[in-house]
Design a protein around this ligand. Structure first.
Ligand SMILES: C[S@@+](CC[C@H](N)C(=O)[O-])C[C@H]1O[C@@H](n2cnc3c(N)ncnc32)[C@H](O)[C@@H]1O
Length: 610
């Protein structure tokens, strides 16, 4: 049985159980956020519907009915079961009604539900049996962190583990969750807080929901979006399956994202099924909001401002994802894809009732209580809850190292007599910072300092755009309509740059050795490029089939080959680049007369100097 891969094994940046709602816009899959539960209306007529309603206002089909508290919405439980004491604090209920806060509408489950396929039955030959033996004197003996199953993220199978009832490696099966409470946050809808001190590494809660196929996940997220839901509850399980906690789920569905989280998701193999758990990555004191990094994948459309409040906040949900980074990278002067008018923006803070002075809590034993905002609930990173009107500036990666601090280049003169090509050793690269842009036909375009400077000046950060948009839309009682995402036209360089013309460069150099070295480097570079292209053809089917989930379909050996080929390509580019710089700097150039006469005669560079 193969252990479940941790996320760090994957070549691609996104962990496969990252949260994302997907939406097709112009043929692409795009992310969106969903729902929320808050409605603030003058009369107590919010009623939970099966799907969380849009923030834009009451659902006419439900208006006029009375608010129901979350605990009474629990219509079914499975697995470990919600404790039967689903008591609603009457004061809290009154508060909810007064404030007309719609409570989360979902069916509480404590183990995954399978609608499109049967729950897998573990075959006997697949059962991994560890070597642990219970020793009364050694508390770590029954399947602690030395247990082979534990080390491979696999739970022990009851009846097969020699430690029997003492086995500590059945946390999902035994629902050994931490105590948590549901709270109303400022700006981010509901959230979950620790209702006890949680230790680093501790299993906090399972992310439960309906296990659905990837195709179904796509369809559902489109449907949710059409229904106006804004909070995303679909988490990726692997290339083929997702967990949808929109309608049915555990309290884990309320854990918000943070760019500096105190938890993380981990996949575990439990009796033959893969399950997702939320685990503490640090000690979490009682009352602290739980969070993990969604690794939200952004494909276009609404940019959701991240309100986690962390110092290193990336500004938007999904800002680290490839789609987002490509979209906010560089664009041409006439490219108005991301002008203020074109960004559909949604800011959850704008929909929050401002008058709420208390947080409302639903504990995992089913109790709702009022929670004073001024007391212990706070994000781990900053005191108090997220600040709706402030956010950390987005970090836009610099193109190169700091251009003004480059040391002068130190190039060793090429030994005139030497016919051998020696591997180049070059002092720290300096002079004009150059940027290589790989264009589709495999050739390379280079740009120099001016590109760097202009891009620095002209690329507005997404935050800047967002701020402007926010100012323009001060009254956000309704969701800003989602315009179709602009078609992605791929990453574009700021300017049309001159292509590197190797024959021309060689033509200008008087030394044949210099030409040879450059030509040799170019050949190596071309080889590296064709190797990486060939390799990409092997990976492409998986990439195209499952887009971001493909990391699960790419074998580790292929991923390793890809990394190696990428490194070779980078090195070859660098060597070519460096060879050109070195030779231009250290080799005599042809005289003007010589050049002119050669051009007149139409002589080719290879005849030069040979
Ligand atoms: C899995 S739900 C989390 C629970 C959600 N807050 C609720 O009220 O049901 C994910 C959604 O919560 C909101 N959210 C989570 N973390 C956020 C953050 N750091 N900033 C802004 N919105 C956030 C987004 O709308 C996101 O799609």
């Amino acid at each position: 049985m193969s252990p479940i891969k941790p996320s760090s094994w994957f070549l691609f940046p996104c962990f496969s159980s990252s949260i994302s709602a997907r939406r097709r816009v112009s043929g692409r899959v795009s992310s969106s956020r969903s729902a929320a539960v808050a409605c603030c209306r003058p009369a107590p007529h919010c009623l939970p519907s099966l799907h969380p309603p849009s923030r834009s206002g009451p659902d006419p089909s439900t208006s006029g009915r009375r608010l129901r508290p979350a605990a009474s919405l629990v219509s079914s439980t499975s697995g470990c079961g919600l404790p039967s004491s689903s008591v609603v604090d009457p004061e809290c209920q009154k508060f909810l009604e007064e404030e007309c806060i719609e409570v989360p509408s979902y069916i509480h489950i404590e183990s995954n539900e399978f609608s499109y396929r049967k729950h897998k039955r573990q075959k006997e030959e697949d059962i991994a049996v560890c070597e642990c033996q219970y020793d009364i004197l050694d508390p770590e003996s029954p399947c602690g962190d030395r247990c082979l199953n534990f080390l491979t993220n696999t739970e022990c199978t009851p009846g097969y583990c020699r430690c029997g009832v003492y086995c500590k490696n059945q946390r999902f099966q035994k629902c050994q969750h931490a105590r948590t409470r549901l709270v109303r946050t400022e700006g981010r809808g509901w959230g979950l807080v620790a209702d006890e001190n949680i230790m680093a590494g501790q299993f906090v809660i399972e992310y439960c929901g309906e296990v659905i196929s990837w195709k179904e996940a796509k369809q559902r997220s489109q449907a949710y979006e059409t229904q106006g839901m804004n909070d995303a509850y679909i988490i990726y399980l692997n290339a083929d399956e997702s967990i949808d906690a929109t309608k049915k789920g555990s309290l884990a569905r309320f854990i918000n994202h943070s760019c500096q989280p105190n938890c993380e998701t981990r996949k575990w193999n439990v009796l033959g099924e893969v399950r997702v758990g939320i685990f503490a990555t640090q000690d979490i004191p009682f009352g602290t909001e739980l969070s993990y990094d969604y690794n939200f994948e952004w494909f276009g459309g609404v940019m959701v401002r991240c309100l986690c409040g962390a110092a290193n906040c990336s500004g938007f949900l999904g800002a680290k994802s490839r789609g987002f980074q490509e979209a906010t990278y560089l664009w041409e002067d006439d490219d108005d894809r991301f002008s203020v008018e074109n960004i559909p923006l949604y800011d959850s803070a704008d929909d929050e009732p401002t008058s709420i002075s208390k947080d409302i809590l639903l504990s995992n034993d089913g109790l709702i209580t009022q929670y004073d905002n001024s007391s212990t609930v706070q994000s781990t990173e900053t005191p108090g809850t997220a600040r709706p009107n402030e956010f950390a500036p987005m970090i836009v990666e610099q193109l190169t190292a700091r251009s003004n601090e480059l040391a002068p280049m130190n190039v060793e003169p090429l030994a005139a007599s030497s016919n051998e090509f020696t591997p180049m050793t070059i002092e720290p690269l300096s002079a004009i910072p150059m940027v290589a842009h790989f264009v589709e036909n495999g050739s390379t375009e280079y740009s120099a300092q001016d590109t760097y400077d202009t891009s620095q000046n002209s690329v507005p950060s997404a935050n800047h755009v967002n701020q402007t948009e926010s100012q323009n839309n001060s009254n956000h009682s309704t969701l800003v309509p989602v315009k179709p995402a602009p078609k992605r036209r791929g990453r574009k360089p700021k300017r049309v740059l001159h292509k590197l013309d190797i024959p021309d460069i060689c033509n200008r150099l008087a030394s044949s050795e210099a030409c040879e070295e450059i030509l040799y480097c170019e050949e190596v570079k071309n080889q590296a490029a064709s190797e990486i292209n060939a390799l990409y053809d092997e990976i492409r089917p998986a990439v195209e089939e499952h887009e971001r989930d493909s990391q699960d379909s790419v074998s580790t050996s292929l991923a390793e080959k890809w990394i190696e080929a990428s490194c070779c390509k980078y090195k070859a580019d660098f060597d070519l680049y460096a060879a050109i710089i070195k030779n231009i700097a250290s080799t005599p150039l042809r005289s003007k007369d010589d050049m002119a006469s050669r051009e007149q005669n139409g002589l080719k560079y290879l005849e030069n100097g040979s």
